[in-house]
Design a protein around this ligand. Structure first.
Ligand code: ZN
Ligand code: FE
Ligand code: FE
Ligand code: ZN
Length: 265
């Protein structure tokens, strides 16, 4: 099994040494662990939650030394990169020529609103604001699944984090279908992210309905714990695999130097 979504303390909101992450991955019986910390942003976007541009060298060194420390486990080199329209050039420039195995794209802001930050949750939970946030969120996801340079979509329905479900409207349904269709067309896969189980919503990202739709449309999957500490590595993966199987999946995707392979469960 693989855990393709993990963080390091460089992002200022994670803990644990590289050795502890490796030990946890080995204890969980993983074949691969992917390190996908929040990407640096030279002009200072969201700087409280990511490494600095200067620390990026150090990051590469950490992942490389993790890879060297064990032959029982493949260590994949990645980043979780926020998709922010019109702000991507500097990010791509700052991480250009890196030997990534894959890149994860994510959305944590609808424009100026950090909707997944608990400090801001009360301002958008009214029915009207909630509907706006979900629609805007999915429009942003559609932006990068339309060809944004990523291999994996992070936590597909992240705005549900505090229990706030998407409105059951035709517009939301159409947007999810469009995103999944764009993902399938552009060979972008979707992660089953178990962090949702550790949040108030207590559900994997994405929901079973979205995962069934993804299967129908032909979007492959990966697995990620979104671990911000070693104890979270591969957390609840039995549940994630069970969900994948229930929704019709019998395989998942792995990446090495951005080349993909299919592995059966
Ligand atoms: Zn994080
Ligand atoms: Fe994220
Ligand atoms: Fe993450
Ligand atoms: Zn995440």
């Amino acid at each position: 099994m693989i855990d393709y979504h993990t963080h390091t303390p460089l992002c200022k909101h994670a803990e644990g040494t590289p050795e502890e992450f490796i030990a946890a991955a080995l204890a969980a019986g993983l074949n691969e662990i992917g390190v996908s910390d929040h990407a640096p942003w030279p002009s200072g976007y969201d700087s409280a939650f990511r490494m600095t541009a200067e620390e990026f060298r150090e990051y590469h060194g950490i992942v490389a030394s993790m890879a060297k420390s064990t032959s029982d486990l493949k260590v994949r080199y990645s980043l979780e990169i926020d998709w922010v329209p019109r702000e991507m050039d500097e990010v791509w420039a700052s991480v250009a020529d890196e030997p990534f195995d894959y890149l994860i794209g994510s959305v944590h802001y609808t424009d100026d609103l950090p909707f997944d930050n608990p400090d801001h949750q009360t301002v958008w939970m009214t029915a009207e604001r909630s509907s706006e946030v979900w629609i805007r969120y999915y429009e942003l996801l559609l932006g990068f699944t339309g060809g944004g340079g990523f291999e994996i979509i992070a936590h597909f329905d992240l705005p549900k984090k505090f229990g706030n479900r998407p409105p059951e409207t035709d517009e939301i349904d159409r947007l999810t279908t469009e995103i999944l269709t764009a993902a399938a067309d552009n060979h972008i896969v979707m992660e089953l992210n178990t962090a949702g189980l550790r949040k108030p919503v207590a559900e994997i990202y994405p929901s079973p309905d979205i995962l069934r739709k993804a299967k129908k449309i032909g979007v492959p999957i990966t697995f990620g714990s979104d671990a911000h500490s070693p104890v979270e590595v591969a957390a609840n993966f039995a549940e994630a695999v069970a969900l994948a199987k229930e929704c019709g999946y019998d395989s998942y995707t792995t990446f090495e130097t951005r080349v993909r392979k299919t592995e059966r469960f």
